[in-house]
Design a protein around this ligand. Structure first.
Ligand code: USQ
Length: 403
C-alpha cells in the first residue's frame, strides 16, 4: 500500500515509517522539521542524538535496502500538501504532523495561537486536498484520549447513545479537554467528522493515550535509526520522564496528589494499532474513533512502579509531589473503553517488570546526555509564573511570531 506519514521525523512518525516500510509498503515521510525548531527555541534536545531526516532515510536504506520517499512540506501551506499528495498518491495517510505538547500550548498567547493554527489549519488543508485529489484515501489521524477529559461517566469510543425527552440518538461523545493543545485535537475531530459526512471521505481518529518507550525493533537495528525521545518538562511525557529522572538520580515529579488516571500504551503498540487501522479501513463517508491505549495507571502508581523497578537496578529513587502546574482533577472516576483495536487483533505489550527494566536500562545507556535543568515544570495552566520565566518566555516567543 502507498502510505504517507505526516510528521515522519517525530517520536512516533519515524518508527512508524520503518515498521511499515519493513512490512512491504511504499512509504513516504513528510515533515517541516518544526519540532527541531521548537527544541531550539526552548534549548531542549532528545535523550538519544538523532541524525537529520535525510541521513536517517539514507541509514535505513543502508541497513534494510528499503527506500523511504522524503517530502519537506508545511501542512499549513496548501500547495505543498497538494503537491505531496498528487505526486505520492497515498492510499493511506497517517497524520502525526501536529504540535503535540500540552505545556507548549499553555506557555503563552503566541504558542496557544500557534498550536491551534498549526494543528487545525494543517488538518483542514489536508482534508481539502483529499476532497479534491484523493477522496478514497484513508486518513488515519492521531487524536488523543485527552479530548474526552475526565467525565464522571464511562468514556465510549467516540460516540455516545443518548436518550433525551423520549428520543434517542448516537452523538459524538462530549469533549472536555484540559489544554489548548488537547482542544486543537477536538477541533480537528469535528472537522474530520464533517469532511466524512459531507464529502464522503474516510477516516479513523485514533484517540491515543500516553505513549512510552525508547525504541522499536527497527530503530534498535542501528544507532543511526534512533527516534527522538523527550524527557524535558515540555515535550516529555509522564512515564518517559520518570524513567529518565530515576536514572539521573532526580526525584520523580508527580504533579499534585498523583491520582490523575490516564490510558497508556507502549510505542510498539502504537505501530501495531496504526497498522491495524490501515489494514481494516472504514468505508467511504465513515468517520470512526478508536480509543488507542492498553492500560490505565494513576500518575502516582506509575511513579511507584518506576521506583520499585529502579531500586532493583540499584538506583536510588525518590518520589516528590510538586504543586500541580496544571488545572486538572487529581482524584476522579476514569473508565474508558478500548475494545475496537483489540477486536481487530491487537495483542498489547503490557508494562511488565521486564519491560520497565529494559526501558530503564536503555535510558542508562545514554545517561551522560541527561540535562538536569530541563526537567522541572515551568509552565503553569493558570498563567502564574515568575518574572524570570515570563521574560524568558517572551523572548523566545518572538521565534514563533516570526515563523
Ligand atoms: N504529570 C506528572 N508529572 C510529570 C509529567 C506529567 O504528574 O512530570 C502528569 C500530568 O499532570 C498529567 C499526566 O501526568 O496529569 C499526563 O501528562 P503528560 O505530560 O504525560 O501527558 P499529556 O500532557 O496529557 O500529553 C501527552 C502527549 C500528547 C498526547 C497525550 C495523550 O504529549 O501528545 O495527546 O499525552 S492523553 O494524555 O491521553 O491525552
Amino acid at each position: 500500500m502507498n502510505i504517507l506519514i505526516l510528521g515522519g521525523d517525530g517520536y512516533l512518525g519515524w518508527p512508524t515509517a520503518l515498521y511499515l516500510s519493513k512490512r512491504g509498503h511504499r512509504v513516504g515521510v513528510l515533515d517541516n522539521f518544526a519540532k527541531r525548531r521548537w527544541e531550539m527555541e526552548l534549548n531542549v534536545e532528545p535523550l538519544i542524538p538523532i541524525l537529520t531526516l535525510h541521513d536517517r532515510v539514507k541509514a535505513w536504506h543502508s541497513v534494510s535496502g528499503l527506500t523511504l520517499e522524503l517530502f519537506i512540506a508545511d501542512l499549513r501551506n496548501y500547495e505543498m500538501v497538494k503537491n505531496a499528495v498528487r505526486s505520492f498518491k497515498p492510499e493511506a495517510i497517517i497524520h502525526y504532523g501536529e504540535q503535540p505538547s500540552a505545556p507548549y500550548s499553555m506557555m503563552d498567547h503566541n504558542r496557544a495561537v500557534f498550536t491551534q493554527t498549526n494543528n487545525i489549519v494543517g488538518t483542514l488543508n489536508l482534508l481539502w486536498v483529499l476532497r479534491e485529489y484523493a477522496p478514497d484515501c484513508h486518513l488515519v489521524k492521531l487524536g488523543t484520549m485527552g479530548e474526552y477529559g475526565t467525565p464522571n461517566i464511562d468514556i465510549e469510543e467516540g460516540f455516545l447513545e443518548i436518550e433525551y425527552q423520549g428520543r434517542k440518538d448516537i452523538l459524538p461523545y462530549p469533549k472536555q479537554p484540559g489544554s489548548i493543545y488537547h482542544l486543537s485535537k477536538v477541533h480537528d475531530s469535528h472537522n474530520i467528522l464533517f469532511a466524512c459526512r459531507t464529502w464522503k471521505l474516510r477516516s479513523t481518529d485514533l484517540n491515543q493515550g500516553i505513549v512510552y518507550g525508547v525504541e522499536t525493533d527497527e530503530t534498535a537495528l542501528d544507532s543511526r535509526l534512533a527516534t527522538s525521545f523527550h524527557y524535558d518538562a515540555v515535550f516529555g511525557t509522564a512515564l518517559n520522564r520518570f524513567a529518565v529522572q530515576a536514572v539521573a538520580g532526580l526525584p520523580l515529579t508527580v504533579y499534585g496528589q498523583g491520582g490523575q488516571l490516564r490510558g497508556f500504551l507502549n510505542i510498539l503498540d502504537t505501530l501495531r494499532c496504526v497498522e491495524l487501522a490501515i489494514l481494516n479501513p472504514p468505508s467511504a463517508g465513515e468517520y470512526r474513533v478508536f480509543n488507542q491505549f492498553t492500560e490505565t495507571f494513576s500518575v502516582l502508581g506509575l511513579a511507584e512502579l518506576v521506583k520499585s523497578q529502579g531500586e532493583k537496578l540499584d538506583l536510588k529513587v525518590e518520589i516528590h509531589h510538586l504543586e500541580n502546574p496544571r488545572v486538572e482533577a487529581e482524584r476522579h472516576y476514569y473508565n474508558a473503553r478500548h475494545q475496537k483495536l483489540l477486536n481487530l487483533g491487537l495483542v498489547p505489550h503490557r508494562l511488565s517488570e521486564v519491560l520497565l527494566k529494559s526501558i530503564l536500562r536503555q535510558v542508562m545507556e545514554h545517561q551522560d546526555r541527561i540535562k538536569k535543568d530541563i526537567i522541572l515544570p515551568k509552565v503553569r495552566w493558570d498563567g502564574s509564573s515568575s518574572s524570570e520565566e515570563q521574560s524568558e518566555s517572551a523572548r523566545s516567543a518572538s521565534a514563533v511570531v516570526l515563523d
